[in-house]
Ligand binder design. Sequence first.
Ligand code: NAD
Ligand code: LMR
Length: 332
Amino acid sequence: MPEPIKVLVTGAAGQIAYSLLYSVAKGDVFGKDQPIILVLLDITPMMEVLKGVVMELQDCALPLVQEMIPTDKIEEAFKDIDAALLVGAMPRRDGMERKDLLAANVKIFQEQGKALDHYAKKTVKVVVVGNPANTNAFICSKFAPSIPKENFSALTRLDQNRAQAQIAGRLNVPNNAVKNCIIWGNHSSTQFPDVSHATVTKNGVVQPVAEAVKDDHWLNNEFIKTVQNRGAAVIKARKLSSAMSAAKAICDHMRDWWFGTHEGEWVSMAVPSDGSYEIEQDLMYSFPVNIKNGKYTIVQGLKIDDNAREKMNVTMKELKEEREMALAACQE
Ligand code: NAD
Ligand code: LMR
């Protein structure tokens, strides 16, 4: 058996964590033979609820969980961690945009960035889920200067999964027949879900998605809007923001980062821009990435037409605005 790794989940008493913790604890993310020390951070008023979550996890009698550390102390939570799943933050309600959460949530990620800097292993892999996820991840990294920038990411895998499922549903194929959907930019309604490089396998034949769908109008309009607004649609229906699907996407994101992507396939992650595709540096922008040996590289050389360029710029502009608002909020 390998040495245990220390995995932090914040917002551990919340909705997403309730779905996430079981998958992490049973080995879906870090492997079926990887013992785990689960660190569970929430705020002080949630400690009683968190106690119940810990009881349930104990009652699952899972072999990989070596220890659980429920806590409301940030220095204890971030000590020597190998992975951080930063979920804890306020979710939006019906009628709000994700950036409306910025003032409420950005301070959390400023504080947690500092905690990562002081207490975490320098190799820690961080995924930010709490919204606005890209900008919170940017702030977190900014306040953790001793940790390499490439160790920070934000979740756009849920958007990728949504795009894939919409295409599969339209073509009446299993979800895993659709590959290489891309999410560019922000995890918000300006994101650009792009299937111009995606393929579908039907009856053993691999085809570009656009050829198989045969309806450019649907692809350029309804499809994009559905994916962009899916989070809001779930909130409207459930009166709560998506949790089960978000937890599944967090697992997909971290598992692929930990173990790598399959040959010829890429996944979308919001990562620090290195200037690829003319996206300004110092932004946490979602790109297609390949992952090998725990390191991602942005997929290069994809053809970007004028229509795509315009959409990629719209979401970049929003991220720049959010960055300015977040930096100002951190001064307050
Ligand atoms: P929730 O309200 O059910 O749970 C959030 C938990 O975080 C609560 O238990 C709360 O006490 C805790 N918390 C608040 N401040 C904290 C802090 N400083 N440290 C530790 N814990 C803290 O919300 P949820 O449904 O679990 O959603 C969590 C966040 O994830 C929201 O911001 C939501 O918008 C976001 N989200 C992102 C995605 C994505 O794809 N990026 C998808 C779904 C939800
Ligand atoms: C989602 O995409 O479901 C989450 O980001 C929640 C939200 O506010 O949309």
